[in-house]
Design a protein around this ligand. Structure first.
Ligand code: ADP
Length: 485
């Protein structure tokens, strides 16, 4: 039985359309929330993939003119998700990604495309669509940032509002001359409105007008209040610190389950760690490195960008070799970083393997076969790969930032004595400290009993959506009860 309804306004949702972790959150949180008495309706743009995938859609509302053309609001389902999709061909019916064309350029009308998402969100939130009366509107990232602002400007029925930041690096800033075209009142263009350093700021508006702000880990919630990681919005976030909190993400514990994963060679569990060995040798063979149990095998699964500190690992390659270790990398991103790993693999074929591209199956095989996962991110709002690694008994070696700081327990002397360590942390995120962490990891790996205890600790962490769902449900109930009706 659910007693609270949340309208989740989001620009991507797994399994229909995904460019990153946001889609995973949008798709996995609703089913976990059902267990907490919260029903979620997810509002998404009607990209071709969404309209192809939505099951049993029925029209629930018509917009004669939604930012330049007619639109139809469809309600349907997919894999248990309750969906609203905005069928607006002039905005969303195009080949390419949700945000970029095939050449990687922003769609020129992204302001209108995501203002439309936000405005429809505000109208559904206000109760315009018969039969839907959300208690809470939950806006995700800049694409939904205007929804709390539109709600405020139009007045009338007000659900509680939550704005979640998945990555401060993306803020949705657009030319001030679009104010009227985006249906924003002239008086809203102030520092206490949608104005953001001379532009219209979608994320800024959401951060200002939402009742509550969340981000995807407590440490990132603190970091974004500092000038370095607040990315020009730290002052606003500090002024709203009393309504800002962090809730770490989970992973889908059914998809990432080493005891029942048909993408890996051998299933295993905390009590049958010896079965992991088959995954290690198969992974070594697949990457073309020496097949041996005698070498510590490091791995990385990542977007290859500055954020992820991938250049630090390239710089630390000599240390990997000096330790006698191996490294396998799966990633895609900046060509110079991709090229760096290919060059390293070519120079040290028995020890380093690199594959560029996006491959879900190989990602599972890496987590199941490596000894330790490297995540040297400069900043990391939450991070999912370290959670997958822990569940698969690969110890995460992480920079102590954002969600990495909150989800990995450093295996220092005290933690080992108390039996609580789940990985290795280092700080700051520099090549020198990464190298020191590699040495520390290698020293731990030399002690098989201690290492296996750490593996079991890591595997027994609850990294599912159960706990985050409890926290989101409590937050929704707070904002819903604070709204006068
Ligand atoms: P971000 O969202 O910043 O890219 P996260 O760690 O939050 O980083 O989420 C990344 C997700 O994408 C993880 O589930 C990871 O396994 C997956 N991933 C990243 N790169 C690849 C790749 N090249 N192939 C397969 N999966 C990948």
């Amino acid at each position: 039985m659910t007693d609270l309804t949340v309208l989740s306004v989001v620009s991507e949702i797994f399994p229909l359309i995904k460019t990153g972790g946001l889609a995973d959150v949008a798709g996995a949180l609703p089913p976990a929330l059902e267990a907490e008495g919260v029903h979620t309706i997810s509002l998404v743009p009607g990209y071709p993939a969404v309209l192809r995938g939505i099951v049993d859609p029925v029209s629930v509302y018509n917009f004669p003119d939604l930012f330049g053309g007619p639109a139809n609001l469809l309600r349907g389902t997919v894999e248990g998700l309750d969906l609203l999709a905005i069928d607006a061909p002039h905005l969303y019916a195009r080949a390419g990604g949700p945000y970029f064309d095939a050449d990687g350029h922003d769609w020129p009308d992204n302001a209108q495309r995501f203002a439309a998402l936000s405005e429809v969100g505000a109208r559904v939130g206000a109760g315009d669509v018969a039969g839907i009366e959300p208690d809470v509107l939950h806006a995700h990232d800049w694409q939904a940032g205007l929804a709390p602002a539109y709600l405020r400007f139009r007045g009338g029925r007000q659900p509680g509002t939550v704005m979640t930041v998945h990555n401060m690096a993306f803020q949705g800033r657009f030319w001030a001359g679009l104010l009227g075209a985006l249906h924003l009142p002239p008086e809203s263009f102030t520092i206490n409105g949608v104005e953001c350093y001379g532009d219209i700021g979608f994320l800024k508006a959401g951060l200002l007008f939402a009742d509550r702000i969340t981000t995807v880990s407590p440490t990132y919630a603190a970091e974004i209040q500092t000038p370095v990681w607040g990315m020009a919005l730290d002052g606003l976030l500090r002024s709203r610190a009393s309504v800002l909190s962090g809730i770490v993400n989970g992973i889908d514990a059914a998809v990432w389950n080493p005891a029942a994963d048909n993408l890996i060679v051998a299933d295993f569990s905390p009590n049958h760690l010896e079965r992991r060995a088959a995954n290690k040798s198969s992974l070594q063979a697949w990457f073309g490195v020496e097949t041996t149990r005698e070498r510590l095998l490091f791995g990385m699964v990542s977007r290859l960008t500055w954020q992820k500190g991938v250049d630090l690992l390239l710089g630390a390659m000599d240390e990997v070799l000096r330790l006698g270790a191996q490294l396998v990398v799966l990633g895609a991103g900046e060509p110079a970083l991709e090229g760096g790993f290919h060059a390293a693999a070519a120079a040290h074929p028995g020890r380093i393997g690199a594959v560029t591209g996006y491959d879900e199956a190989v990602a599972h095989q890496i987590q199941a076969g490596i000894d330790a996962l490297l995540v040297p991110s400069r900043f990391e709002p939450c991070g999912l790969t370290q959670l997958c690694a822990m569940r698969y008994g690969a110890l995460p070696v992480v920079a102590r930032v954002g969600g990495l700081a909150d989800t990995v327990i450093d295996a220092n002397e005290a933690a080992i004595a108390a039996g609580t360590g789940t990985g290795v942390q280092f700080s700051p995120a520099t090549q020198e400290m990464l190298e020191a962490a590699l040495r520390r990891t290698a020293a731990l790996w030399q002690q098989p009993d201690a290492w296996q205890r750490l593996q079991r600790n890591a595997m027994r962490q609850d990294v599912s959506w159960r706990r985050p769902a409890v926290q989101y449900a409590a937050l929704y109930r707070q904002v819903a009860s604070a709204v006068p009706r």
